[in-house]
Design a binder for this molecule. Structure first.
Ligand code: ADP
Length: 235
């Protein structure tokens, strides 16, 4: 299994953000993590990526434990956080070279790797601009490129299409689908159509609890995912 989560609980003060969640994700899957705002999606992603520790439970990524081998976990994962943090004053290539440096990518292959990412995410035409001059869609592409620069096996994307216009939305979804041919992808969203368009499997959490984990076909059984989602998350 590429991601294994057992009995994961996170409590912030009085707030239980995750409540005894267990799941596993195999190599090459593209999984949609769905849930209303405040369900615990970002919390789960921050724990998997070693940004915050859980209160209880076990998480392994590519066989590495988040407590015992956090550096190996981090190098196995490319993470695009919800608020895509970018240096707006930097140029696209300059920023990606900087991130490649953080990952200790060898100087001999750094330029080649940066060029490969620029091409892969469709940034070639924008490469000479400062990040602050880019549209939101292109900034998301920079965010995805920085997440993939060290060639991780797993991509964790926290609401990658929020705030995009309809064309950019389709483009980023296509990009994620394409990346999913080579990587294991966990993508959070609250947009059902996104999951239907990109993922084969859906995990739904509500109030910190796992309420569904199934293939979209099997879960929806001919109904729209939106109908199922409403039923599950209102109950
Ligand atoms: P989602 O990503 O599904 O919107 P989050 O994981 O961001 O949900 O939040 C889950 C719950 O935990 C929410 O009730 C949120 O207010 C709470 N929460 C998230 N981060 C913190 C924090 N740092 N301190 C206290 N409560 C938090």
């Amino acid at each position: 299994m590429t991601i294994e989560i057992k009995n994961l609980t996170k409590i912030y003060g009085e707030q239980k953000a995750l409540d005894n969640v267990s799941l596993s994700i195999g190599e090459g899957e593209i999984v949609g993590l769905l849930g209303p705002n405040g369900a615990g999606k970002s919390t789960m992603m921050k724990i998997i990526t070693c940004f915050i520790p859980p209160t209880q439970g076990e998480v392994k990524v590519c066989g590495y434990d988040i407590f015992n081998e956090p550096m190996k976990v981090r190098s196995s994962i490319g993470y695009l956080p919800e608020q895509n943090p970018l240096y707006l004053e930097m140029y696209v290539r300059e920023f990606l070279t900087f991130v490649a440096g953080i990952h200790n990518i060898d100087n001999k292959v750094k330029k080649e790797r940066v060029d490969m990412m620029i091409e892969k995410v469709g940034l070639t035409k924008e490469v000479n601009k400062k990040i602050g001059m880019l549209s939101k869609g292109y900034r998301q592409r920079v965010g995805i490129a920085q997440a993939m620069i060290h060639n991780p096996k797993v991509l964790i994307l926290d609401e990658p299409t929020t705030g995009l216009d309809p064309n950019q939305l389709v483009e980023i979804r296509e990009l994620v689908k394409q990346l999913g041919q080579e990587k294991t992808v966990l993508l959070s969203t609250h947009i059902m159509q996104e999951v239907e368009a990109v993922c084969k499997r859906v995990i739904i959490i509500n109030n910190g609890r796992l309420v569904a984990d199934d293939s979209i076909e099997h879960l929806a059984k001919g109904q729209s995912l939106e109908t199922i989602f409403r039923k599950i998350t209102i109950e």
